[in-house]
Design a protein around this ligand. Sequence first.
Ligand SMILES: C[S@@+](CC[C@H](N)C(=O)[O-])C[C@H]1O[C@@H](n2cnc3c(N)ncnc32)[C@H](O)[C@@H]1O
Length: 308
Amino acid sequence: MASSLCLHLQTCSHLGCIAAAKAAAPSMVATANKSLCPFLKRPFLPNFCLPSGSSADLCERQPLRSPELVALEYADLNLSHKIFEEAGHVRVRQHVNPLSSSFSVPTPAPNWDEVFKDPKLPLMVDIGSGSGRFLLWLAKKHLDSRNFLGLEIRQKLVKRADIWVKELGFSNVHFMFANATISFKQIISSYPGPLMLVSILCPDPHFKKRHHKRRVLQKPLVESIVDSLMPGGQVFIQSDVLEVADDMRLWFDSEANVLKHIDKLDRSLLCDKDGWLLKNPMGIRTEREIHAESEGSNVYRRMYQKYT
Ligand SMILES: C[S@@+](CC[C@H](N)C(=O)[O-])C[C@H]1O[C@@H](n2cnc3c(N)ncnc32)[C@H](O)[C@@H]1O
């Protein structure tokens, strides 16, 4: 079985095939994305291949690129690919400029009764939700106990995520086209339940100094997040760009009168010597995170909790 899957995966990255591979040998696949080829610096599936040559030879036969790693990590969702016919091709290259006039009108809050089956459940908000797979995975895990809201500035990504929500039939997850920097407060203030978690994961870096004001996290958003969180609510930030992670960290570290870093409260969550969490505490990686780690990059994470 393993060898035939190996051959098949060399030629096919179809989601169904990857899901089948995962079902056939979940532990093998689980280790795949943690294995970096020492020669190509790319992940590979050593356990699917019957070793017949050197490690380099194995890697040549089985390199996995980040879209395939994403498909593997999210295989449980079994998301359809026919979607391109409905949503159009979703190719994300350039960063959008959130300061342009087309993104400067705040998005009104939805009718919460229409978007969630139970709008009083604790809410998690993912700012810059990208494809939405990360929230869909979490929504599946907490179907009856939590709601999930993705705020995303690219309409095409929202459209595709919406199609996936309908396909999966989940009533605890919703995606909105919004510039989170200016719309978060207005949207969240009318939510009838508690805000338990806000994540900002691998936000667009906008490297040039004169573009830093385009970064999603600005002082008013930090204040709105901190104000809106329920007592005991959490903020999770991460980036593979140290400068961006440092920037977000500074904002939340400076709220030390209301927020405490999680390692002070939960001794099982360890940090490195610089105070970055050693592991992603969410149980699943985001797409950008998978991509960064597959390239051998570090991901810098912090998680804060509001005082009770
Ligand atoms: C690098 S991607 C990361 C996506 C996802 N969080 C991940 O880790 O894979 C950053 C996302 O944030 C979105 N974004 C950027 N500025 C935003 C804003 N002001 N409001 C909402 N979304 C924004 C981008 O369109 C993009 O999808």
